[in-house]
Design a protein around this ligand. Structure first.
Ligand code: NAP
Length: 298
């Protein structure tokens, strides 16, 4: 299968004798942004308004500051607005809940991003769950997660939804394939496992107390590294022809999976950087535009 933009695709995970496919998230995100720019322009012409993403950052964690900045820059690139809310490190759960409540009630805001993680004294789960389902464009609420699992409409958690978009774009059919997800976090491991299950993969979820991880990974047609430890998953655990998805990003431009030694013999892989990361951001933006198309038409 050849996608409309002419990039190489891999339509069959079994047919892995050809050159491994680079799942180029950066290139795909760039093309998606062009489309989003047009949609934002159309919305502006129709309603006189552009989508607004509210970003909430609590504290001064440098990595979180960079992630929020990257997301705000992406808004700018597609012609959207973003509204920056920065709360001090000592903000309380109550103050954050109140802020989210105000954004829920603000008809000018179409999406709310609460940057994870918040300081440890804050009840992050309650704060995520205060986000109105319609504005949960980062897919962090329990309600949104449950609806997604049940195949009901909901915005998907941004990183896993971005991974699925990438797989779909490259024509990788996961039906009947054995997927092994390493990590079970609420924003990544659990939702990607459920999304793959909904697409008819046979899914195994591994975590810090899983016994025999190398053996389990070695059975996978599709491996998702989502554990947050640099190159923890070794290339020699992974079988020839597997699809390798690495959500991790660490200093030195490495992910959670050791890519050296697998690049040449896998079926497809996400580069680090330039694979999953750009798909996360474009998914957040895309879901905000879709939310605006709905909310601003009401
Ligand atoms: P997290 O909340 O820290 O969760 C890590 C998960 O990995 C947990 O479920 C943990 O198991 C599991 N784990 C830890 N050590 C393990 C081990 N030795 N063997 C097997 N499982 C192990 O992390 P996260 O937020 O999901 O992020 C995971 C990775 O993805 C990180 O590298 C993060 O930077 C990256 N990430 C990237 C993006 C992006 O846009 N590219 C977005 C989000 C996250 P337990 O549940 O048992 O503790």
């Amino acid at each position: 299968m050849t996608p409309p933009d002419g990039t190489t695709t891999n339509s069959n995970v079994d047919a892995m004798t050809q050159t491994p496919v680079v799942l180029d998230g950066k290139a795909l995100a760039g093309r998606m942004e062009e489309d989003l720019k047009e949609r934002v322009g159309t919305l502006l012409a129709r309603t006189g308004r552009v989508p607004v993403l509210a970003t909430i950052l609590v504290g001064t964690d440098p990595a979180s500051e960079i992630y929020v900045k990257m997301k705000r820059n992406a808004c700018k690139r597609v012609g959207m607005d973003s509204r920056k809310i920065a709360l001090p490190e000592e903000a309380t759960t109550g103050e954050l809940l109140d802020e989210i409540g105000r954004l829920n009630d603000d008809s000018g805001v179409c999406g709310i991003l609460l940057q994870h993680p918040v300081p440890a004294h804050i009840d992050e789960r309650s704060c995520f769950d205060r986000i109105d389902l319609a504005k949960d464009v980062d897919g962090v609420t329990c309600l949104g997660f449950g609806r997604m699992v049940m195949n009901e409409p909901a915005w998907g958690s941004a990183t896993p939804a971005g991974i699925i978009t990438l797989l779909d774009h490259y024509g990788i059919d996961v039906t009947g394939k054995r997927a092994v997800v390493v990590g079970r976090s609420p924003i990544l491991g659990k939702p990607i496992a459920m999304m793959l299950l909904n697409k008819h993969a046979t899914v195994t979820i591994c975590h810090s107390r899983t016994a025999g991880l190398p053996e389990i990974v070695s059975t996978a047609d599709i491996v998702v590294g989502a554990l947050g430890k640099p190159e923890y998953i070794k290339s020699d655990w992974i079988r020839d022809g597997a699809v390798v998805i690495d959500a991790g990003y660490h200093k030195g431009g490495i992910g959670d999976i050791e890519l050296d030694g697998i690049r040449e013999r896998c079926g497809a892989y996400t580069p680090v950087p330039g694979g999953v990361g750009p798909m996360t951001i474009v998914t957040l933006i895309s879901q905000t535009v879709a939310s605006a198309e709905r909310l601003l038409s009401e």
